[in-house]
Write a protein that binds this ligand. Structure first.
Ligand SMILES: Cc1cc2nc3c(=O)[nH]c(=O)nc-3n(C[C@H](O)[C@H](O)[C@H](O)COP(=O)(O)OP(=O)(O)OC[C@H]3O[C@@H](n4cnc5c(N)ncnc54)[C@H](O)[C@@H]3O)c2cc1C
Length: 246
């Protein structure tokens, strides 16, 4: 239950508010409002901070934390694969409010965009009172304490590589049961990320897929998901061969 609402105009002001134990940072608010809790919280709305915008510079793409998912879909700077994964994230009504920072904050286990950002080797800019740091997205998803009292300011990915995404879902617009995204950087580094095989999107080693123990649900058993992970990884790697950048 939101008992107070703040819309700070500077990052310092926002960080001081976010450091409170009862603070909840608001990006688009679509996740926070969909899961209201009973405890009283103070909402710290980031929309006046000018943290949005997409910039391609020196071989890197920088997404401001409050960039809307629909802006990613519409951007000519964003690699085609990431644009499509942002489109798959949620319906257009939600995409026009939801932000990339909030998507990281939610850490949905089946998030297509997070899976793509992991494969692209995304780094997350995190600010807290007195410090600014960049962390690999994988570390932010792994250690949720990093977000306590912090504000995500940006997400940065390297440009100029190739990427491919393959997923299996019950319908084209349904959340994928398993999604695999493979990315080869301009320097030849290959990263593969998968959703639907663990409690969050994870980086996977194609040689060690047999060690995965995916969760089961009504859409697929653990064995079915493990099989999908192997098939979709092979397809994604095959798609990386030759051709135009992603
Ligand atoms: C109808 C509906 C359908 C949805 N469908 C999907 C779906 O298919 N897939 C999916 O993954 N999600 C879905 N969601 C959940 C949610 O909309 C998305 O996860 C969305 O991307 C969250 O973005 P947001 O900016 O609205 O986050 P918010 O609600 O603003 O925030 C989400 C979390 O992140 C934190 N946070 C936000 N911004 C920052 C920041 N800059 N720094 C630090 N912490 C921050 C918040 O404190 C909160 O814990 C759906 C929600 C609704 C209502």
């Amino acid at each position: 239950m939101i008992t107070s609402y703040f819309r700070p105009r500077t990052l310092d002001e926002a960080l001081a508010l976010a450091a409170r134990a009862d603070a909840v940072v608001l990006g688009g608010g679509t996740g926070v409002n969909a899961q209201p809790g009973r405890a009283p919280v103070v909402a710290v709305d980031l929309q006046a901070l000018d943290l949005d915008g997409i910039r391609a510079d020196a071989g890197r793409l920088r997404l401001g934390a409050t960039t809307r998912l629909q802006s990613i879909v519409d951007s000519g700077h964003v690699p085609e694969v990431l644009r499509e994964l942002a489109r798959l994230e949620a319906p257009s009504t939600i995409r026009n409010a939801a932000t990339v920072g909030g998507t990281i904050g939610m850490a949905d286990p089946e998030s297509p965009l997070l899976t793509g950002l992991l494969a692209f080797g995304a780094r997350v800019g995190l600010a807290r009172v007195g410090s600014n740091a960049e962390h690999p997205l994988d570390a932010v998803l792994d250690d949720r304490h990093l977000l306590q009292g912090s504000i995500i300011t940006s997400v940065t990915v390297p440009m100029g590589g190739r990427a491919a995404a393959h997923g299996t879902a019950r319908t084209p617009m349904d959340a994928p049961i398993v999604m695999v995204v493979a990315c080869r950087d301009a320097d030849g580094t290959v990263r593969i990320a998968a959703s639907g095989v663990a409690s969050r999107p994870v980086l996977v080693d194609p040689q060690r897929l047999g060690e995965l123990a995916p969760p089961a649900d009504f859409r697929g058993s653990s064995a079915y998901r493990a099989h999908l992970a192997a098939v979709l990884t092979a397809r994604a790697l095959a798609s990386l061969g030759g051709g135009e950048p992603a």
